[in-house]
Write a protein that binds this ligand. Structure first.
Ligand SMILES: NC(=O)c1ccc[n+]([C@@H]2O[C@H](COP(=O)([O-])OP(=O)(O)OC[C@H]3O[C@@H](n4cnc5c(N)ncnc54)[C@H](O)[C@@H]3O)[C@@H](O)[C@H]2O)c1
Length: 374
C-alpha cells in the first residue's frame, strides 16, 4: 500500500467510484488534511461538494484523508510524518487543508511544522488570495457594489519574516534579545513579481500594484524595489504601480475598486489579505491557494481553526467551498469552479448562510443546500 499514512474515509470510496467511470480515467488525486478546530467541519463540507460534483459533472477526483494535526501530535508526538512531503509530491495533484491550531498546544510549533513544512517543503512560493465580493450587503463599506471589490493579493510565501531565521539571546532574563530576520532573496522576489505580472497578463488584467516598506527597510525592500523596476519593464502592457504598505492599507479601504492584482511580501500579504477579507464580510468567504506553477499545490481557507466555535456547527463553510473552486480551477476544471462560485453567491443572496453572514443555518445545512443546488 503506497499511501500508508492515510486513513480511509467512506467519502473517498464514493468519489473514487464515481471518478472511475470518467472518459479518460485520469483522476485528480487530492490529499485532504482537515486539521484542527473547525477544520474538520468545513473540510467535511468541502468533501461533500466534491462528491456532489463527481456525481453531477462526472468530476474525476480521488480524495484521501490524513489525520495530521493537534490530536495526532498529542497522541504520537508527530506533526508532519517522515516522508510526507515526498509522498504529497509523488502521489497527489493537490492538497486541501482545513486549518491548524489548538489551544492545548500553546507553542503552535506542530502547526507551523505542518503548514510551513508543506509550504516550504514543496516550495509553494505563491500565496494567492482572491478578494471578490459576492454580495454587496456583506461589505462593511458604504455605497460599494460587488464590482467594486474584485482583486487578488499575491503574497510571497516562502521567505520574508516567516522564514524562521532568528534567535533569542539571554532568553527569559531582563536582558533578553530577540531577533527575527526578514529574509529576501533576488530569486524569491523576482519569481513572485514575475508570477503577479504573468497572472495579470494571462487574465487580461491591466493593473499590478507592488507594495513594500522600502522607505523604512532599505536593504530587504530595496531589493524588492530594484527587482520590481526590472520586472515591470518586461510587461509594458501592464500599468504597474508602487505603494508603501501603510498607504496601501488605507487605499484598500478608501477605494478598493482601483486594485486588480496586489503583490507583496509574506508578512504584509498575510495582514493585507485578512484586512481585505473584511470587505467580503469576514473570513467566512475568503479562499486561498499556495501555488508553485507546474507542481502540486495546496489550497486552504484563509481562516484559522477558530477554537471558540469549533464543534458547534456554526462555522461558515463557504471559504472552504470557494477554496475547492480555486483548486478545481487550478486542476483544469474552470466550469465546475465557476459553478461553485455561482451557487455560493446564490446562497448568500438568499440568506442560506451561517450566522456570521446573517443567516440561521448551520455548517452542515449550508453544505447540504449548496450540494443540492450543485
Ligand atoms: N492557516 C491556518 O491553519 C491558520 C490561519 C490562521 C490562524 N490559525 C490558527 O487558528 C487558531 C485561531 O486563530 P485566530 O483566532 O487568530 O484566527 P481564526 O481565523 O481562527 O478566527 C478569527 C475569528 O474569525 C472567526 N472565524 C474564523 N473562521 C470562521 C468561519 N469559517 N466561520 C465563522 N467564523 C469564523 C473566529 O470565530 C474568530 O472570531 C490559532 O491557533 C491560530 O494559530 C491557523
Amino acid at each position: 500500500m503506497r499511501l500508508s499514512l492515510a486513513r480511509y474515509d467512506p467519502a473517498w470510496m464514493t468519489l473514487n467510484r464515481n471518478s472511475a467511470s470518467t472518459a479518460n480515467g485520469m483522476s485528480k488525486r487530492i490529499a485532504l488534511i482537515p486539521g484542527d478546530g473547525i477544520g474538520p467541519e468545513v473540510i467535511r463540507v468541502a468533501e461533500q461538494v466534491l462528491a456532489a460534483l463527481a456525481a453531477s459533472h462526472h468530476l474525476p477526483v480521488d480524495c484521501k484523508t490524513f489525520d495530521w494535526g493537534a490530536e495526532k501530535y498529542l497522541r504520537e508526538g508527530v506533526a508532519l510524518p517522515a516522508g510526507a512531503i515526498e509522498m504529497l509530491r509523488r502521489d497527489f495533484d493537490a492538497t486541501l487543508i482545513g486549518a491548524l491550531g489548538d489551544p492545548r498546544v500553546p507553542s503552535n510549533q506542530y502547526a507551523v511544522d505542518i503548514l510551513l513544512g508543506i509550504r516550504f517543503g514543496l516550495d509553494l512560493y505563491v500565496n494567492q488570495r482572491p478578494v471578490k465580493l459576492l454580495d454587496a450587503r456583506l461589505c462593511p463599506l458604504k455605497s460599494v457594489a460587488e464590482k467594486d471589490v474584485n482583486f487578488v493579493v499575491v503574497r510571497e510565501n516562502t521567505e520574508g519574516a516567516y522564514a524562521g531565521v532568528g534567535g533569542n539571546f539571554k532568553r527569559d532574563t531582563p536582558d533578553e534579545v530577540a531577533v527575527q530576520e526578514d529574509v529576501n532573496t533576488r530569486k524569491g522576489v523576482e519569481r513572485i513579481l514575475v508570477y503577479a505580472f504573468e497572472y495579470a497578463a494571462q487574465k487580461g488584467l491591466k493593473k499590478v500594484c507592488m507594495s513594500d516598506k522600502s522607505n523604512a527597510m532599505p536593504y530587504g525592500h530595496g531589493l524588492w524595489q530594484r527587482t520590481y523596476a526590472d520586472v515591470r519593464r518586461r510587461f509594458p502592457q501592464i500599468d504597474a504601480q508602487h505603494l508603501y504598505v501603510d498607504t496601501l492599507a488605507m487605499e484598500i479601504i478608501r477605494n478598493p475598486s482601483q486594485f486588480q492584482v496586489i503583490v507583496t511580501c509574506n508578512l504584509f500579504g498575510d495582514i493585507l489579505s485578512d484586512l481585505a477579507a473584511a470587505l467580503l464580510g469576514g473570513l467566512g468567504a475568503a479562499p486561498s491557494a499556495n501555488l508553485r506553477p507546474g507542481s502540486i499545490s495546496m489550497f486552504e481557507p484563509v481562516h484559522g481553526s477558530a477554537p471558540g466555535i469549533a464543534g458547534k456547527n456554526v462555522a461558515n463553510p463557504m471559504a472552504a467551498i470557494l477554496t475547492v473552486g480555486m483548486m478545481l480551477d487550478h486542476l483544469g476544471f474552470p466550469e465546475e469552479a465557476a459553478q461553485i462560485e455561482k451557487v455560493v453567491a446564490e446562497a448568500i443572496h438568499l440568506g442560506m448562510t451561517t450566522p456570521d453572514f446573517g443567516g440561521r443555518l448551520g455548517t452542515r445545512e449550508v453544505g447540504n443546500w449548496i450540494c443540492e443546488r450543485l
